[in-house]
Design a protein around this ligand. Structure first.
Ligand SMILES: NC(=O)c1ccc[n+]([C@@H]2O[C@H](COP(=O)([O-])OP(=O)(O)OC[C@H]3O[C@@H](n4cnc5c(N)ncnc54)[C@H](OP(=O)(O)O)[C@@H]3O)[C@@H](O)[C@H]2O)c1
Length: 267
């Protein structure tokens, strides 16, 4: 497993397990299975309604909690400093954890800067090992950085071969923020698994088009958190570290970039 070193020295796995849409017992089983297969990063959120199940899956995996990097996110019902501060405590209780590895503000809500300040205080109090944001475009990120004390460790954004946001990712890196990709497979909005360029390059490496799509992001310094409920796909989505894409292959994949969000979140 490759890692990323965050701006405070904390180590975060470069590839993790997304959990949006996984609920109840299925979520517990999938998270436990993913960890036994080698995943060490679990991405949850208050909004997903599965924080408790994700933490239970970590416990049931038999792998020590300290070896698993747990990310959660705080959403709009907690849209003030006080409510975010309480949300951190509630997430800790719900997950029965002493600390969370990474907490993000889920979207740029009206008072996202105040919310982020509550995360800064939770960080100083030792409740969370790193803090960050999600879905901030460059303008909103710059606004935050001008008014906050702690540079976000991570910005989790829509990012896939059709909209990899590479120049934004390089800009964030210069500032000390790792870009993390959500919807690395486009959440089904494009037929990414049938993409000829990805298939051809995959055939040359004995890999699937999905693996090539993830590897492209990893080689560009971006972390990935694909979601699947299927064991075979869990194995496939993490089997990414025994090959490298060549410069020429990276250039071919770069041509898929249409420079436009498939979700319209950043317009
Ligand atoms: N911060 C945010 O605002 C935000 C927004 C969206 C998502 N996220 C996070 O990012 C994670 C990933 O994004 P996502 O779940 O939206 O979309 P995604 O990972 O792009 O796509 C997931 C879909 O791809 C299928 N899939 C997974 N692996 C596959 C494979 N190897 N071959 C074929 N199909 C495969 C899954 O189906 P099966 O389950 O049937 O395999 C599922 O339908 C989420 O789970 C969540 O943790 C964050």
């Amino acid at each position: 497993m490759e890692n990323r070193i965050l701006n405070n020295g904390i180590i975060m796995p470069a590839a993790g397990f997304g959990t949006w849409d996984l609920r109840g017992q299925e979520c517990i089983s999938c998270v436990a299975k993913a960890i036994t297969l080698g995943y060490r990063l679990i991405d949850t959120a208050i909004m997903y309604g599965n924080e408790a199940e994700c933490a239970e899956g970590v416990r049931q995996s038999g792998i020590d909690r300290s070896e698993v990097f747990i990310t959660t996110k705080i959403n709009s019902p907690y849209g003030t400093y006080q409510k975010t501060a309480k949300a951190v405590d509630d997430s800790l209780k719900r997950m029965k954890l002493d600390y969370i590895d990474l907490i993000l503000i889920h979207e740029p809500y009206e008072r996202y800067i105040d919310m982020y300040k509550a995360l800064e205080d939770a960080y100083k109090a030792g409740k969370v090992r790193a803090i960050g944001v999600s879905n901030l475009n460059r303008r909103l990120y710059e606004r935050l950085v001008q008014s906050c004390e702690i540079v976000p460790a991570v910005n989790q954004v829509e990012c896939h071969v059709y909209y990899p946001q590479l120049s934004y990712s390089r800009y964030l890196k210069e500032k000390g923020t790792v870009m993390e990709s959500w919807a690395p497979f486009t959440e089904g909005r494009r037929r990414i698994f049938d993409e000829p360029v990805l298939k051809n390059i995959g055939a040359a490496h004995g890999k699937t088009s999905g693996q090539i799509a993830l590897k492209y992001l990893l080689q560009n310094g971006i972390t990935v958190i694909p979601k699947t409920s299927k064991e075979e796909r869990m194995k496939e989505n993490i089997d990414l570290f025994d090959f490298e894409l060549s410069e020429d292959e990276l250039k071919q994949i770069a041509l898929l970039d249409k420079g436009q969000s498939l979700f319209g979140w950043y317009d």
